[in-house]
Design a protein around this ligand. Sequence first.
Ligand SMILES: *Cc1c(COP(=O)(O)O)cnc(C)c1O
Length: 340
Amino acid sequence: MIVNLISDTVTKPSDGMLEAMFAAQVGDDVFKEDLSVNTLEIEVAELFGMEAALFFPSGTMANQTAIKLHTQPGEQLICDHYAHVYNYEGGGVSFNSGVSCRLIEGDRGRITATQIADCINPPDFYHSPKTSLVCLENTTNKGGGAVYDFNEIITIRELCNKHDLALHLDGARLWNALEVTNEKPKAYGKIFDTISLCLSKGLGCPVGSILLGSKKHINEAIRIRKIFGGGMRQAGYLAAAGSYAIKNHRVELNEDHRKAKEIEAVLLRCDYVEKVEPVSTNIVIFSLISGNSELNFIDNLNQKGIRLIALGKGKLRIVTHRDYTQTQHDYVLTTLTKMY
Ligand SMILES: *Cc1c(COP(=O)(O)O)cnc(C)c1O
């Protein structure tokens, strides 16, 4: 048995999704003539109560486009030091937008309005970069799937209004947060200037992300996406997968969350485990008691057919997903219990 828990991006399309992809009505999306892409964009914009949406080949490109929309070269954005936009987008913030990041050491990737307020450079102090954007991430990736308290987000919005800052949400896994909190997508649509969403994570699509925003922002985003090389042609085959996933795969995220919780419970009972970060969604981050090398641990599990990754600084990561079956789950729980 091979059990791949390195990420929730390793899934293959479900049978229903494949059928939906075969049935897609496609055209040339660079000319905005792909019916399935247009439909997906309208559906997601309506779901979040935002004016417009744009389909992207990756979440990275959607985030990078948003940053480009909200900033000018030389300016600064504020984010957590764990942020995907800072750590895992290849330095795109500086490469694409000429922008620097002011980093906050938040709580597992989550930052507060008070922390942000301390990082806003005074606009008339021309010696320092102009602060123009705040980026939040929900759920957090490097923070182990932690979920924001919505009240904090509201306070952050008020702060951004006061200081004339744009507010972007990296919502690669916002779908997971919405399932555990029962919050409504429209509540998020009201708060943020732009939101990126991944279809290729827990929702199980092969490819695809969405950027949401005002009509004005999304019209400009079409140009930036083109500049980044992200104009796609018959992309409707991929968009149809997205529409299908949003209708059919969202509730099943709760299964991923249940399994992650059960892995957490087992790890907490293993005496080779030093610490497990509290699990809220589908990511489990844990560390081993000193003396146990995490590379050996990964190797041992690999030999038993179970794959996970190291995050550095002694941390290990397991991500549950829709192709991780109950049978595989039972095997993982037993194997973890019997490791040493
Ligand atoms: C996966 C992810 C993205 C986008 O990644 P792509 O692989 O480019 O689609 C963005 N932000 C977070 C937090 C992620 O986990």
